[in-house]
Design a protein. Structure first.
Length: 434
C-alpha cells in the first residue's frame, strides 16, 4: 500500500449511516465497502467542531494541547502534520476543501504541495462586500442561492473534479486529503436524493429559506421543534448525495491507483435538538462525537472492531499501513495497539470542557458543572446521574483520569514553551554567525 486518500465529511454523525444501523438507506455505497473494511463501531471525535477536531487527525494531538492556538482557531506549530511527515517520506501532498476554518488563512496549508481551499473566491467576496452595502451584498447572495444554486461551500462534485484534475499529474506515492462540506448546514440536497430515500421533495426556494434560518444564529434559535424533522430529512438527503459523490471518486481512484489506502471519517457530528441546540456547538454529547471510521483498500483485512478509538489514532494507523514509524510525540497509537478502554474529548468555551467516555459511562466536566451518563440505559444522555450516591466512586475514578489528562496537557505545554524558547535562541545564534 503506498497512496493515501483521507476523506473527511464535515458534520457526518455515525448513527445516520446505514452501516451504523440507521433506518434510512443513506449510505449504500459506504455500507458496501464497510463490509470489506477495517470498520470501527465506536470511533469518536476528540472535539465537537471543525477547529477543535481537525488538528487531532492531522497531527495526532489533543485539541487543547496548544491552548492559545485552539482559542484563536489557528493550526498549531511545533508538531509536524501528517502532510509534512509524509512529504519527508517522498510523498506528493494535496488538500482540497472549502471550509474557511481550515483554510490557508489559519495555517492549514502547511506541508501540502497543492492546497485548494477556494479561498480566492471568498476573498473576492469580501472585496465585493466592502464595495457595496451589506444589504446589497446579502441580496446578491440570496439571488446567487436561489437562481444560480450557489451554496456557501463548494459541492462534492466540484471537490471530486479538482481531485481528479490533481491526480492526473500526481506522482506516486501521494497523500490526498479531501474534506466534503455537503452535509454541513444549510443542507440543500438535490431532490433526487430525497426521493431515493422515499422522502418528500422540497422546493428549491423552501430549501434555501430553511437553510437561511438555520445558518443564522438568531433565527436558528427560533426554529420550532416541529420543524426539526424537516431539517433531518434534508440532512439525510445530503448524506445520500455525499455517498453518491464518494462512490464516483473512490471507484475512479481504485481503478487508476490500485495501491491506495482510503480512510473515511468525519470531523464531528451534528445536533438536532437532542440537547437543546442545532448544529455543532461546544458540547460533548454523542450526537457530536460519534463518527464513522473506515479503513479501506486492497491490503486492508476486513474486520469489525468494537474497541473505542478516536481521531488521534488516524495518523499512527495510516503510518502503520505504510510501514512507517509513528513519531514518539504523537498522542494516539495505531488502532491495533490501542489498549485504553476510553477516549477523551474536549473543547474550549470560555472554560475547559472535558469528557471521559467508555463503552458504558460518560463523565463531562465543564467548570463546576459535572454530568454522568449511563450510555447503556440512557444512550441519548438525558439523565444526569452525577449526584447519585451509588456512583460516587465511579465518578472519582473518571475525574482522576480527566485531571491526569489536563495535567499532562499542562506539562506538554511547558515543555513546548522551553522548546520554542530554545528554537528562538538557536535561530538568533544562526543569524549572528551567518
Ligand atoms: Zn466541521
Amino acid at each position: 500500500m503506498k497512496n493515501v486518500v483521507l476523506i473527511t465529511v464535515d458534520c457526518l454523525r455515525a448513527d445516520h449511516m446505514g452501516c451504523y444501523g440507521y433506518h434510512r438507506k443513506t449510505t449504500p455505497f459506504i455500507d458496501s465497502i464497510a463490509e470489506r473494511s477495517l470498520f470501527f463501531e465506536n470511533a469518536f471525535a476528540n472535539g465537537p467542531n471543525t477547529r477543535h477536531s481537525v488538528p487531532s487527525f492531522l497531527t495526532s494531538t489533543y485539541p487543547l494541547l496548544f491552548l492559545d492556538e485552539a482559542k484563536a482557531g489557528r493550526f498549531h506549530e511545533g508538531r509536524k502534520s501528517m502532510a509534512e511527515l509524509l512529504k519527508e517520506h517522498g510523498y506528493s501532498t494535496a488538500a482540497i476543501h472549502s471550509n474557511p476554518y481550515i483554510s490557508k488563512f489559519y495555517g492549514y496549508d502547511r506541508g501540502f504541495d497543492y492546497f485548494n481551499d477556494f479561498l480566492l473566491g471568498q476573498v473576492e467576496d469580501e472585496i465585493e462586500r466592502s464595495k457595496i452595502s451589506k444589504i446589497l451584498h446579502e441580496a446578491a447572495k440570496g439571488i446567487k442561492a436561489v437562481f444560480m444554486h450557489k451554496l456557501p461551500h463548494e459541492d462534492g462534485e466540484r471537490i471530486n473534479e479538482e481531485a481528479i484534475k490533481w491526480l492526473e499529474n500526481a506522482n506516486e506515492p501521494f497523500f490526498l486529503w479531501l474534506h466534503y462540506m455537503d452535509v454541513h448546514m444549510p443542507y440543500v440536497p438535490p431532490n433526487r436524493f430525497l426521493e431515493e430515500l422515499g422522502l418528500r421533495k422540497y422546493s428549491h426556494i423552501r430549501k434555501i429559506w430553511m437553510g437561511k434560518k438555520i445558518d443564522d444564529v438568531e433565527m436558528r434559535e427560533k426554529i420550532r421543534d416541529e420543524e426539526v424533522p424537516d431539517y433531518i430529512n434534508l440532512y439525510d438527503g445530503c448524506i445520500r448525495y455525499t455517498d453518491w459523490v464518494l462512490q464516483s471518486l473512490i471507484r475512479k481512484i481504485e481503478k487508476n491507483f490500485p495501491e491506495t489506502l482510503f480512510v473515511i471519517t468525519a470531523d464531528h457530528g451534528e445536533e438536532f435538538r437532542e440537547h437543546g441546540g442545532l448544529g455543532h456547538e461546544e458540547k460533548l454529547y454523542d450526537e457530536l462525537l460519534h463518527i464513522p471510521l473506515i479503513f479501506y483498500g486492497k491490503d486492508v483485512e476486513s474486520s469489525r472492531m468494537e474497541k473505542p478509538v478516536s481521531l488521534l489514532n488516524i495518523v499512527p494507523t495510516i503510518f502503520h499501513f505504510l510501514g512507517l514509524q509513528r513519531n514518539e510525540w504523537m498522542q494516539g497509537k495505531n488502532v491495533f495497539e490501542v489498549t485504553e478502554e476510553y477516549i477523551i474529548a474536549e473543547a474550549w468555551k470560555g472554560e475547559r470542557i472535558t469528557a471521559y467516555r467508555d463503552s458504558e459511562w460518560k463523565l463531562i466536566i465543564s467548570g463546576d458543572k459535572k454530568e454522568l451518563y449511563n450510555l447503556r440505559d440512557d444512550p441519548k444522555e438525558q439523565q444526569n446521574l452525577y449526584e447519585r450516591e451509588e456512583h460516587k466512586e465511579k465518578c472519582r475514578e473518571f475525574e482522576k483520569i480527566i485531571n491526569n489528562h489536563v495535567e499532562m496537557l499542562e506539562e506538554e505545554r511547558k515543555r513546548r514553551m522551553t522548546w520554542l524558547q530554545k528554537e528562538k535562541i538557536r535561530k538568533a545564534m544562526r543569524r549572528m554567525r551567518g
